[in-house]
Ligand binder design. Structure first.
Ligand code: GLU
Length: 486
């Protein structure tokens, strides 16, 4: 049997380090066995999925060299590889489950469902579905469907007994069926949920090994039941440990930059990143820390993957990057620096912002240094809008405003000076702040100084991922700070 693995990202937001991490292990496993690694885009959540995010994920995985053999852009025999183009297949499969008695139509209205949720919560029950439509007769169900009533399709999950999930890393995990809800498989708009689409596709795409993050393990009993209901054999499941922040919580952008764009733009080399991701939760038999993907491929076994969450340690990443940088020749190093920071396109985008303010050409570096690298050395007090501008807030107010700014910018897809400004003005209104009071800490956080080129052009030229990380770092600087009594 040919080993076939896949990465199945949902294209919502930034290309995430977690996606690269899981991709690497899938890629290695397929390469090791001479098999295939697929990219499948799970874009069934139409409100959150964006083509920009899909493109960014593909670009980042390619940056890391984690090429796929089949996928939406390269094609392949089991396509289409974008779930939004496969909806008919999911509807057919949902119907098969209804016909076999493993799923049922649920006609409950959203109002009824939220009332039930409230009642169950108040009574101290779990807030899952109460099974109201579970035992509707076939004729009643057909009649209501034919009358045009809106419905979802739910899994008729057994209410007693146990389901065993065999996980390659954890052995058999036994789950009490009573804990599992009658999951919606098909929404009222005819789109599938993750569970149905994921299982149907893994089967039809002949995936042999599902290697994914631990957070999905609680969904796997539903998947195991779906495989049984369809009469299909299950793939092997391997749930990788979740990446963690330094404080051991699940990795989050609040505590760690998670966008691959950020790491690329600060000059983490792709070979470092791949090596670093390989070290998270896995180790070489000889414990060596620096290795190529080929060496990892040769040495890889799942029994060296640990199940305790590895810490995404930025200091370690930078240490490793330093090792790779040392290996480059001077010419190679110059070329890498040039391609990220000093490419003609990059310089041309910076020029208009400093053009009018340059008494000598050698003011170029000092006046643009924050476009070219870290600007972290400023004192936190600089972030406070000056008193003479009648700002009455505390450092904690400014901290919260910076976090709110980063949060709202996270979901801005297209960065232009106008779109960033619009969003920041909206935020100022929401906070009931004067716009200037908000723009001051934004400027200092982005540029590390109070006098800088026009703010929104600067934020756009520094770039989305790096700017948002700087806003969060500035907020961090303000934590616990107090202004001296006047
Ligand atoms: N779409 C899911 C995600 O975003 C896929 C999870 C899986 O690999 O089954 O991670």
């Amino acid at each position: 049997m040919t080993v076939r693995t896949r990465i199945a990202p949902s294209p919502t937001g930034d290309p995430h380090v977690g996606t690269a991490y899981v991709s690497l292990f899938n890629w290695i496993w397929a390469r090791k066995h001479g098999g295939q690694f697929l990219l499948r885009i799970e874009d069934t959540d139409q409100t959150r999925s964006t083509p920009e995010s899909e493109a960014a994920i593909m670009r980042s995985l390619r940056w890391l060299g984690l090429e796929w053999d089949e996928g939406p852009d390269v094609g392949g025999p089991k396509g289409p590889y974008r779930q939004s183009e496969r909806t008919e297949l999911y509807r057919e499969h949902a119907q098969q489950l209804i016909d076999r008695g493993y799923a049922y139509r649920c006609f409950c209205t959203p109002e009824r469902l939220s009332a039930v949720r409230r009642e169950r919560m108040a009574a101290g029950f779990n807030t899952g579905y109460d099974g109201h439509c579970r035992d509707l007769s076939v004729s009643e169900s057909n009649r209501r469907k034919d009358a045009g009533e809106s419905f979802t399709v739910r899994l008729k999950f057994p209410q007693s007994g146990e389901t065993v999930v065999s996980d390659g890393l954890r052995g058999d995990v036994v789950i009490d069926n009573s804990q599992i809800d009658d999951q919606i498989l098909l929404k009222s708009d005819g789109f599938p949920t993750y569970h149905l689409a994921n299982v149907v596709d893994d089967h039809l795409m002949e995936i042999t090994d599902v290697i994914r993050a631990e957070e999905w393990i609680s969904s796997t009993p539903k998947h195991v039941f779906l495989y049984e209901a369809f009469g299909w054999s299950q793939p092997r499941f391997w749930h990788l440990p979740l990446l963690r922040n330094a404080d051991k919580s699940k990795i989050s952008k609040r505590k760690n930059p998670v966008s691959l764009d950020y790491y690329e733009q600060i000059g983490i080399l792709p070979e470092t990143m791949v090596n670093f991701l390989g070290l998270l939760g896995w180790s070489m038999p000889d414990e060596s820390e620096k290795f190529t993907p080929e060496q990892m491929c040769d040495a890889f076994t799942f029994d060296r993957v640990s199940t305790t969450g590895p810490v995404f340690d930025l200091a370690k990443l930078e240490w490793l990057n330093g090792q790779y940088i040392r290996d480059l020749s001077a010419a190679e190093l110059a070329a890498r620096i040039q391609s990220i920071f000093l490419s003609p396109e990059r310089l041309e985008s910076i020029m208009p912002l400093v053009h009018e303010r340059m008494p000598r050409l050698d003011s170029f570096i000092p006046s643009t240094s924050f476009f070219l690298g870290e600007q972290d050395n400023y004192d936190w007090t600089l972030l406070m809008p000056p008193k003479k501008r009648k700002f009455k807030g505390t450092p904690d107010d400014v901290r919260k405003a910076l976090l709110a700014a980063a949060e709202s910018l996270d979901s801005l897809r297209t960065w232009t000076p106008e779109s960033v400004e619009g969003l920041m003005r909206e935020l100022a209104t929401e906070l009931e702040w004067k716009a200037g009071h908000l723009f001051h800490p934004l400027r200092v956080a982005t540029a590390g100084r109070t006098a800088a080129p026009p703010l929104f052009e600067t934020m756009c030229t520094v770039g989305s991922a790096v700017t948002r990380a700087r806003l969060r770092r500035a907020a961090q600087k303000l934590k616990g700070q107090q202004l001296p009594e006047a």
